[in-house]
Design a protein around this ligand. Sequence first.
Ligand code: IVH
Length: 731
Amino acid sequence: MADVSSRATVDATAQDPDWRQMQQLREQLHRYAHQYYVLDEPTVPDAEYDRLFQALQALETLHPEWLSPDSPTQRVGGRPLDQFEPVRHALPMLSIRTETDTQSSGAESFDARVRKELGLAPGDPAVEYVAEPKFDGLAINLRYENGVLVQAATRGDGETGEDVTQNIRTVGQIPLRIPVMQAKQDGASPAKRSDLTQNLASPPPVLEVRGEVFMRRDDFDALNARQRQRIVQGDKGEKTFVNPRNAAAGAVRQLDPRIAAERPLSFYAYGLGEVTPADQGGPEFLTHYALLQCLKAWGFPVTDRVEVVHGAAELVQYHMRLGASRDQLAFDIDGVVYKVNRLILQQQMGFVTREPRWAVAHKYPAQEQLTTVLGIDVQVGRTGKLTPVAKLAPVFVGGVTVTNATLHNEDEARRKDVRIGDTVIVRRAGDVIPEVVGVVLPPAVTPTEAPPERGPVFSMPANCPVCGSAAVREEGEADYRCTGGLFCSAQRKQAILHFAQRRAVEVDGLGDKLVDQLVDAGLVHTLADLYRIDDVALAALDRMAEKSAHNLRAALEQSKQTTLPRFIFGLGIRHVGEATAKALARHFGGLDALMSASEEALLQVADVGPIVARSICTFFAQPHNREVVEQLRASGVTWEEGAATSPAALPMAGKTFVLTGTFPTLSRDQAKDLLESAGAKVAGSVSKKTDYVVAGTEAGSKLTKAQDLGIAVIDEQAMLALLKVIPDGGS
Ligand code: IVH
């Protein structure tokens, strides 16, 4: 450390050109790091930063006596610790009362309590609050003495935490030193500036900044991908993390700071701990908001989702607004925090036990819950794919009750090592299907004690659980498949449901319950049998009243009038989705031409590659499949056939469209059909390759993106004009 104990040394040192250069480099590097990590606006190329960094390292090697803990070179480096030292907090780290009511009444009851506490009458003005995200990470207290970070501590029990300074230094967003003030104060309005300026000159002798250390979702995904890679490469010591919070907590409490440095952490400041009092040269703030702005000006990251709001109604609006963008945020939140803005009112209100009366956490419905694995079933899909599915003790998560979650395939199930009887974390975010994110093992036992018994490791059965045919996993494939084909009743059921769905021939009312009954009762073996069920047998089915039997019959009758693309799609040929079915229908014009096409001929179709071509040939090479097609035709299933067209000849060939919003006359599917039958491609997202965006009412981010990229935006009418069609059903 710098020896600054005598005047003479100070003067001599200050004269030294190496010293001066070292100070200049440190100052420069701190500034660049702030621009890079906090402002997200790098001003110099990485290589330039590295060059200056190495120059500073060289000087510090030359003068080890001038090493200083706030030097940018000191972010990573310390030795592994045996344990963390306890830190007694100068001011206790409080917790926040949680409003478990996730509805608007959660905000309303907080506002009512505050008003009562402050003795406000119903006619008095609305209380001013600051609303902030409630970050899902770990609370940290950062202690600065004379502007230099001297200690970082976890919250612990609120009174005593742990000294995690070494690890926290590795967080690029956390200043190692608070710079003496720059003139520019981003974001502050002139009125607020006067409140700020008095505080900005230089940081107070003692300043504790409190905030949350967390891991961004993209950093978490990248970290887990890296961990997975290491596991594949045989590194037994590595594991993946179940969620960003656990990964962040693991990094902060990592005894080896070099490992912590590899785990990308972020930080947002949300408050203060001990600070030099105003009468001893400390800062004076009127509001929580001003305090946050000052922290920002001092170089601390403060989220831009912080807002000043008034009264219960605006709290509710904030809660809803942030909730709506929850899935788009770069980090996980589990709610919002409301704080009374004026610090004098905060003081007046005080605490109950460890919780301030002036703040509350207002939650969102949890996206993750713990539950127990009751079993692991293997389900059989339409194409014979076997999927392991975890059967769970019912749990309310992300707004629905979840009882099962896919484990995708054997490798995934093994990677997560989910076993019967395990406690697992189930996640359901937005509309995404529920998934098991990981197993929570019971707390570590002493090394001598045996770990608690768990169920056996999951493995795929050798035979299809439904029909008993062999299950095989082909080389290079992740999935096992039942080899039973349509002999397998599970595949038969799925094949029928696929054929009957809305986007195929559409048999209204033929759902999975009914299909189960039809197949199990032996009434339907092939698709063609659907049109041959007799009324007596149908009416004899469970719960099948005469009226529903009649309705089903009518729906079957109606489904006979279809289109060629729907029919091809409905056959359920592996790898032939709707778009391919349309392309095939357009290319060949009729079913017979398709059925007799060679692989070479199929490869001529736009978007058909070798795998798809092979799959189509294999399908029609099976006598059984040809027979089903003939029987369906014989039962009266018909469509119009046209002449074969070369896709290049179609008017919209080579054009890419993106649809967004609601159209006045067409449904999304109808618009898509029309465009595709004119040869256009309909894509799901806007990119530079998009030619037109067709926007209806309530168009979303696709419209904004189109405008940003300067892509032509048209409405339904303009689209129809482009296609020169009258809207009367493309399918
Ligand atoms: S303020 C007096 N603000 O929530 C209030 N806390 O139960 C002190 N948290 O452990 C905390 N986001 O880690 C505050 N915007 C925010 C927060 C926040 C998350 C966490 C914090 C603390 C817990 C309080």
